[in-house]
Design a binder for this molecule. Structure first.
Ligand SMILES: *Cc1c(COP(=O)(O)O)cnc(C)c1O
Length: 441
């Protein structure tokens, strides 16, 4: 499979190059040259496939011959080694739980998949690669865990001093080995600025092969299509009739929902998607007013979605040929406040004994709003994605509910881990740069 950037369709590059580069040199995102369409028999007989071979059918076409089939298979096998249960909440509303991985968030799949691919390419080119990543919390944890002890790769994570939760800090700092945690005396934007500058710094690039691990990298984006195929398979086992299927996705950088829209193009029968956001509502406003106008980021309790200019939306816009009418047929988008989020968490616990985290709660709210506004047909089946375990956001949940949250094994392990000595760096680019250069001289 070849990839082009969204700005320049003429120059095509391989999966390997696109993974190693992350962002295209013109500053836009990579996109597959063509979208494979899967055979109807395959879609109708998904039950016949086990998890690994199902994922193989979906993901392997996006890699092509650059990685031998057996290696793709083992990459997939190592990535999808935890469960993805689909549970009913009530009536025709289901939740797909994506939080059973090592860091209790759905980013585990993309991070692990990318680590495995990158490790394969490092071995192939015989060079070591440095992953440089700025994090406001969740990404850092998933990347640290996914890349830990991967041969040929080192990871440098910049995170804001006192800007992440204690648990997130443990996730980033406790592993050691090839994972370097840098505490920056600044906020997330400062970390992000340092990283961006480093990617353009010739002196650094003489000594390092740098890549990023944020959600724009195709190796983090592509494997998420698996969730939608899997949901479709599971729902067909439960629901006999041919009901229409809709998805609501709690969205921040819009990578996950964009993977869903790609899987629909590959043949999964999905009626439409709901992008559910917190009050960082650039996309719901865009769909309403046709004006793309990001405001400054507002802090919320669903903080993994505190993003006002979602990078992956450019992929969705491209997928719909920049045609608003086409897009509006497939994409609905609603935003919700912290108050609405908290009260729906309480309601769902009280009525259905299901504990939502703030992100999943916004997904559920999106379905309710859509059903109210758009659907009179009781034969619609809805699925929302639960992207993190509620224990990760326990400090944001209503006090009365906190004791009700189950404590998963991964969490106990993490609580027991110790923060290692981190490297503290003032918020000054040159100090960071000198640190980076000196460790290679
Ligand atoms: C990253 C994240 C999201 C947003 O996903 P995008 O693909 O960036 O839209 C939602 N929920 C949680 C818990 C996350 O960590």
């Amino acid at each position: 499979m070849l990839y082009h950037s969204l700005e320049n369709h003429k120059s095509l590059i391989s999966f390997e190059r696109a993974v190693l580069r992350g962002l295209a040199p013109d500053g836009s995102l990579y996109f597959p040259e063509k979208i494979p369409f899967l055979k109807k028999e395959l879609i109708q007989n998904l039950q016949k496939y086990d998890i690994d071979s199902l994922a193989m059918e979906i993901i392997a076409p996006y890699i092509g011959k650059e990685i031998p089939e057996e290696s793709i298979y083992s990459i997939i096998h190592n990535t999808l080694n935890f469960s993805f249960p689909l549970r009913i909440i009530h009536d025709n509303i289901y939740v797909l739980e994506l939080f059973h991985g090592p860091t209790l968030a759905f980013k585990d799949v993309g991070a692990k998949f990318m680590a495995e691919c990158l490790s394969f390419f490092c071995k192939k080119i015989g060079k070591s690669v440095t992953v440089l990543v700025a994090t406001s919390g969740d990404t850092g944890g998933a990347v640290a865990k996914g890349f830990h002890k991967k041969p040929g790769i080192e990871v440098i994570i910049l995170y804001p001093y006192k800007g992440v939760s204690l648990l997130q800090e443990k996730q980033i700092t406790s592993l050691g080995d090839n994972i370097y945690a840098l505490e920056i005396e600044g906020d997330f934007d400062d970390c992000q600025n340092i990283v961006k500058k480093a990617f353009l710094d010739k002196e650094i690039l003489e000594k390092y092969i740098l890549t990023s691990a944020n959600s724009i990298n195709i190796a983090r984006w592509i494997p998420q299509m698996f969730y939608y195929f899997l949901s479709y398979r599971k729902i067909r086992e439960i629901e006999e009739e041919n009901k229409e299927l809709i998805f609501s996705i709690p969205s921040g950088n819009f990578g996950n929902i964009c993977a869903g829209m790609l899987s629909e193009r590959m043949g999964v029968p999905i009626k439409c998607f709901i992008a559910s956001t917190n009050i960082n509502d650039t996309i719901p406003r865009f769909l309403k007013t046709e004006k793309y106008h990001p405001l400054s980021v507002k802090k919320t309790i669903s903080n993994a979605m505190d993003i006002s200019n979602p990078s992956n939306f450019s992929r969705i816009w491209y997928l719909y040929k920049k045609n608003m009418n086409q897009l509006r047929k497939k994409l609905f988008s609603y935003s919700f406040t912290d108050e609405e989020t908290l009260s729906i968490i309480e309601m769902v616990w009280k009525e259905y004994k299901y504990m939502l985290d703030p992100h999943g709660a916004i997904g559920y709210l999106g379905i309710r709003q859509y059903l109210q506004e758009e659907v009179k047909d009781p034969l619609t089946t809805s699925i929302f994605l639960e992207t993190a375990h509620p224990i990760k956001f326990i400090d944001h949940l209503p006090v009365s509910l906190r004791k009700e949250i189950s404590v998963p094994e991964q969490f106990k392990i993490l609580l027991g881990s110790k923060k290692r000595k981190t490297i503290q760096i003032p918020n000054t680019y040159n100090i960071f740069k000198n640190w980076l250069i000196e460790r290679r001289s």
